[in-house]
Design a protein around this ligand. Structure first.
Ligand code: ADP
Ligand code: 5GP
Length: 184
């Protein structure tokens, strides 16, 4: 029987550069699959339904939870985020490696259900750089940035149970490190 694909979890505070590093990783390894999450937050300019997220209502999200459609879910800064279970399992059974870019509460739920999942935490060089990146991205209002920084401090303080920690100083170097972890 074909080996099951690897399940790779990438977490880390908002603004650490998860999306940017993942894009570089996909450029290098185009065969990697990425899970598209569902969320109740509003789309940012340029974000598309079914590509960046499935943008659904609170009610729809709770119906999915009740049906058991979610591999994991969490509330992050007042919105629901979750991973649809079917796609992940489908891809793994086909032997494809799949990446989940999710926050730590969800990551821990996945690790419980799938102990073979690889957990990677992406860190910024320091908290000031994180704030500068988050503000520089320009996608959130000032109060939302402040809430995300508070959340980031908690996530970093609790990241001790991650198997791998990668500092995103440069995108190239962080992607190198993640590539090595995945290929091992
Ligand atoms: P996340 O997905 O973790 O929230 P993003 O990938 O959106 O973070 O990155 C946040 C901002 O920081 C973006 O504007 C991105 O261009 C920038 N950024 C990401 N990685 C780096 C890096 N290594 N050096 C400088 N800027 C970066
Ligand atoms: P953003 O609003 O910046 O896209 O994402 C906010 C946070 O939610 C990030 O930490 C991101 O990794 C996380 N996130 C995105 N999708 C999921 C998901 O499906 N499940 C969980 N638990 N977190 C997610």
């Amino acid at each position: 029987m074909m080996n099951k694909g690897k399940l790779i979890i990438i977490s880390g505070p908002s603004g650490a550069g998860k999306g940017t590093v993942l894009a570089e990783l996909l450029r290098r390894k185009p065969q990697l699959k990425v899970s598209v999450s569902a969320t109740t937050r509003a789309p940012r300019p340029g974000e598309e339904h079914g590509i960046h997220y499935y943008f659904i209502t609170h009610k729809e999200f709770e119906e999915k939870i009740a049906r058991g459609d979610m591999l994991e879910y969490a509330t992050y800064c007042d919105n629901y985020y979750g991973t649809p279970a079917d796609y992940v399992e489908e891809q793994r059974l086909k032997g494809n490696d799949i990446v989940l870019e999710i926050e730590p509460c969800g990551a821990r739920q996945v690790k419980k259900k799938c102990p073979d999942a690889m957990m990677i935490f992406i860190l910024p060089p320091n908290i000031d750089v994180l704030e500068a990146r988050l503000r520089g991205r320009g996608t959130e209002t000032s109060p939302v940035v402040a809430a995300r920084i508070e959340q980031a401090k908690k996530e970093i303080a609790n990241s001790g149970d991650y198997e791998y920690t990668v500092i995103n100083d440069t995108v190239e170097r962080a992607a190198d490190e993640i590539e090595k972890i995945i290929n091992q």
